[in-house]
Design a protein. Structure first.
Length: 299
């Protein structure tokens, strides 16, 4: 089953490609913004981690630090005419790099490709505030704090509080350690944690699970997701970080289709479209149903 069909996104994408005033903040790696799949798209880079040459973007998506960020950006914003169409290409994408290196990443299990470093807590907190203040309405966080820090956790919690106060919907990866528990990102009451699912509608063994994840989260395609990176070469990645943009894109399309809906209403529609949060008792979140979320808002 195609990832888009797995979560009911195809009918929603047929209704809308997004609206420019719906701004998505991508907090990830560097992005090859000049590649063909992004031609004509509204991509803007906020100051952040530079690449080796000192710039915030990279020449090609094949550059090591660009693989992950370009892949996620492609899932969100690739031209609909490309072989792997983006979910909300007419939305505005704010790119805020939070890491520039690469190594084996616990949030993404690549198929022969390097993936980015975890972000420092301080860098991630600053990026959240910067993206929110720049007008983002949805945040895509396919990242994890690189080390424990009580002071840093307070700073990141304050940044997430800032996003919540502004009504900015924040989607976060559950993580790929296969553990039962939570993180500063998944514990926050406003974030939407995302678990990776396979094509048979089963949660992946590597996905972290927990009470906050099961109660306030959703599942999305995360097993061997095939997409074209902006260099127009097939790329396969797995993990909860890959699943996050499917939820982010759904939120962006719903905000586009229902411009009068409040962020809380859109968030509730996504959670209720999967299963009513009040009825959830499992540490495993249900699979996203974008079509049901649309029908909930329309009703």
């Amino acid at each position: 089953m195609r990832p888009l069909d797995l979560v009911g996104l195809a009918p929603l994408m047929a209704r809308s490609a997004g609206r420019p005033e719906v701004v998505v903040g991508l907090l990830d790696g560097l992005v090859a913004v000049g590649q063909p799949a992004f031609a004509g798209r509204r991509l803007h880079v906020l100051p952040g981690r530079p690449n080796a040459a000192g710039g915030p973007v990279c020449a090609t998506a094949g550059d090591g630090p660009c693989v992950h960020g370009s892949f996620v950006a492609g899932v969100l914003s690739a031209d609909r005419a490309s072989p792997s169409p983006g979910i909300c290409p007419d939305c505005t994408l704010l790119i805020r790099p939070v890491f520039a290196g690469h190594r084996a990443d616990p949030l993404a299990a690549p198929a022969g490709c390097p993936t980015p470093l975890d972000a420092s807590i301080e860098e991630l907190a600053a990026a959240v505030v910067q993206a929110v203040d720049a007008g983002a309405r949805v945040l895509n966080l396919s990242v994890a704090p690189e080390r424990p820090s009580s002071s840093g956790h307070r700073e990141l919690t304050a940044a997430l509080d800032h996003a919540a106060a502004r009504g900015v919907l924040t989607v976060v990866a559950a993580g790929n350690q296969g553990r039962l528990g939570s993180s500063v990102l998944t514990r926050h009451p406003w974030t939407i944690p995302v678990v990776g699912y396979d094509s048979l509608r089963r949660p992946m063994d590597l996905s972290n699970l927990g009470g906050s994840i099961g109660t306030r989260g959703v599942g999305a395609p995360g097993r061997a997701v095939v997409h074209l990176n902006p260099a127009e070469r097939p790329l396969v990645l797995s993990g909860t970080s890959v699943a996050v943009p499917f939820v982010t894109g759904t939120l962006a399309l719903l905000l586009s289709c229902f411009p009068r809906a409040t962020p809380a209403e859109v968030r509730a529609a996504v959670l209720r479209g999967a299963a009513r949060p009040s009825a959830r008792r499992s540490v495993v979140p249900p699979l996203l149903d974008a079509r049901a979320a649309y029908e909930h808002l329309r009703g």
